[in-house]
Ligand binder design. Structure first.
Ligand SMILES: [Zn+2]
Length: 301
């Protein structure tokens, strides 16, 4: 199942004490006889609290229509996140003309990357090291992520993983380029389809060269491989290119997914769905991205 790797646009580190919100008192303001002892007790309490957080997933649940969120957040913050997740599932399903899954996703927001890693070690060992993940257990879809220093980055990661959840609920076989390409396409949030600044930056060198083999290689990637940072960007770029063209759009991408899911070879199906072999689409793909790049950089003064 898909996961989100380290990505330069995502800040995966938490600042010191971001999780705890414990303010230690100034020792000078404590009575002299208990000052040092109280200070030490508070430090021990903070250390024990951190150790507990690193080992256990949050237990406070906020249930919505499409997700049940487990997070140590204030009730208002948790409700906002659950509602955003529900809206996101609904919108992405609408864009792909798919029904939202009948089974709700269990979304676990960890307070730290360390706690997320410990959980993955137990529950989905092959995804250890991922900054976020989506996987299926015997009876549920699970989305796990950790809090970023910036809330917007947390929500971007959430949208990415919820895209995987939605796709996994409908398709068993998914070519990595489309699974990850769609997740990166939707992670930016509405209005869907804007240019991805991080992916465009990653692609800057690639676009300087006319390497027509890129698309054939990305389309042929087999299920289960871990994509490199460049391949994530290429996957997003191919999805953006096909989704933006009125000849194809999201409808053609969905039909492609259905065909591959039924057992058709993913490279052969590309030509059937999009009218040309991947390598033959390279020039138009490159032009599309150079145009996006030019728009992102703005007019030259
Ligand atoms: Zn992913």
């Amino acid at each position: 199942m898909a996961c989100l790797p380290e990505h330069p646009t995502l800040n995966t580190s938490s600042p010191p004490n971001a999780r705890l919100h414990i303010v230690l008192p100034d020792r000078r303001n404590l009575p002299r006889s208990i000052g040092s002892k109280a200070f030490l007790i508070l430090l021990c309490a903070a250390a024990l609290h951190m150790a507990g957080c690193a080992g256990n997933p949050p237990v406070t649940a906020t249930a919505g229509s499409h997700v049940v969120l487990y997070a140590d957040l204030s009730p208002n913050r948790a409700l906002a996140m659950q509602q955003e997740a529900d809206r996101c599932v609904q919108e992405i399903a609408g864009c792909l003309n798919l029904e939202p899954p009948e089974q709700r996703a269990k979304v676990i927001l960890f307070g730290s990357r360390k706690a997320l890693t410990r959980y993955l070690e137990k529950e989905s060992p092959h995804q250890v090291g991922a900054a976020a993940a989506c996987f299926i257990t015997q009876n549920e879809y699970v989305v796990v992520l950790s809090r970023h220093w910036r809330w917007a980055e947390t929500m971007r990661t959430l949208r990415h993983e919820l895209t995987h959840y939605l796709l996994a609920a409908h398709f068993e076989k998914m070519p990595p380029w489309l699974n990850e390409g769609l997740a990166k396409f939707f992670e930016l949030g509405p209005p869907y389809g804007s240019a991805h600044p991080g992916c465009l930056r990653t692609l800057a060198n690639t676009l300087r060269r006319d390497n027509s083999d890129i698309l054939r290689r990305i389309v042929a990637l087999p299920e289960g491989v871990h994509l490199s940072k460049e391949q994530y960007a290429q996957a997003w770029a191919l999805v953006h290119f096909l989704a933006s063209d009125p000849r194809w759009g999201m409808g053609a991408l969905k039909q492609y997914l259905k065909a591959v899911d039924s057992g058709v070879d993913q490279v052969a199906q590309f030509e059937k769905s999009f009218g040309r072999r991947p390598e033959a689409a390279h020039s138009s793909w490159r032009r599309h991205l150079l145009k996006l790049q030019g728009q992102a950089e703005g007019p030259v003064p």
